[in-house]
Design a protein around this ligand. Sequence first.
Ligand code: ADP
Length: 425
Amino acid sequence: NKKMLFLGMDFGTSGARYVVIDEDGVICAEAKKDYPPHQITGNMRDWEKSWKETLFSLLGDIPVSLRKYIVSICIDGTSSTTIIVDSATGELLSTPFLYNENCLDALEIVRSIAPENHTVCSGSSTLCKLISWWNSHELDKDTAILMHQSDWLLWLLHGEFGFSDYNNTLKVGYDPGTGSYPPWLLSQPFSGMLPSVKSPGAPIGYLKDDIRLQLGFSRECVVCAGTTDSIAAFLAARVNEPGKAVTSLGSTLAIKVLSTHRVDDARFGVYSHRLDDKWLVGGASNTGGAVLKSLFNDDMLTKLSEQIDPSIPSPLKYYPLPSTGERFPIADPNLVSRLHPRPENNVEYLHGILESISHIEAKAYRLLNELGATKVEEIFTAGGGAKNDAWIKIRERVLGLPVHRAVHTEAAYGSALLAQKSFGK
Ligand code: ADP
């Protein structure tokens, strides 16, 4: 009965992280690395070299004594980060399109081919990036293929072209409901560039011999299909029953509930990712930590929160926003932030703000349920606001549900769980 370990890696916006877990999900090793400063020239970063260098530097950081026990590897990357690769040479055919890059030149075309309000109808969607590349390049179109950031990083490890997963491909137009690309996409001249789609965590190939021998990994080590960073972060909380949800209290308030039904509603920016036989329905409000940060530093937040009595409802009714406009749970581009009247006492003020954000969270979960998602029964919390105990108690009272801090919130941990899943663990 040989010891088995599972490696998950997360590639974010400023750096990457790895986590090695055992069969029980216990962390055996982990580390984080910022992308190397020497890959910046002027104010331009060489993303290809940054990601590749960080991948191998993290692999080299894994304790040598653990490496031979690692039986599978999974990686998540930022959603809609798009790489066009020449499948004949493995070279990139343009600089990577980053997750937040807008390809407005392609948006009109995307709107004309995709159904109205489809997730691809946004300037930063993978499909806009793909079409932008297709329309501005003449050469190498026969051998060009589309890869997402995690597909490419995983490819560096297994060497097989042409695979992705149903989370990453959602923003190029893949339909996880039917398990296929829709006809309006397949009829496009660039459809040959689309990858074939696997379940996140499905094995794709063995770790390449040269890498395995150089770093001392096992011959049995497989490399799996990846996912996106936000899905991996959700998986980290180990939520696996319908009705369980994760609220992320970071700069914004994002909620995700595991549901038996798929819900997509472009008015509210609500859409669903597939997770095995269930759906992960999510939406994001502009309220959240960014507003708190503009009023109080982290130290003040901690000290003021300690003085709040969470069992008492605050009479203050706010709608805190960092700037005008809200998408979810109210779709109103003209909604103005409301943070007045401001009481003289900062404890009362913060109490009112935390309470008001909790009401927005409650409204958000109610709306997902009204739109058809499974009713939420239990909430786990991630992000900077998760460490605030008073807020957790306020939220339990306002939401009328049990609220916990998630034990694990790192996307890398979620990816490690996917690597584990490839072994049916
Ligand atoms: P992101 O990754 O979205 O930038 P984080 O998950 O790192 O955000 O969370 C940062 C946010 O958490 C900040 O906006 C900050 O105001 C908020 N925050 C930090 N400490 C607390 C606290 N004790 N209570 C509530 N919010 C907090």
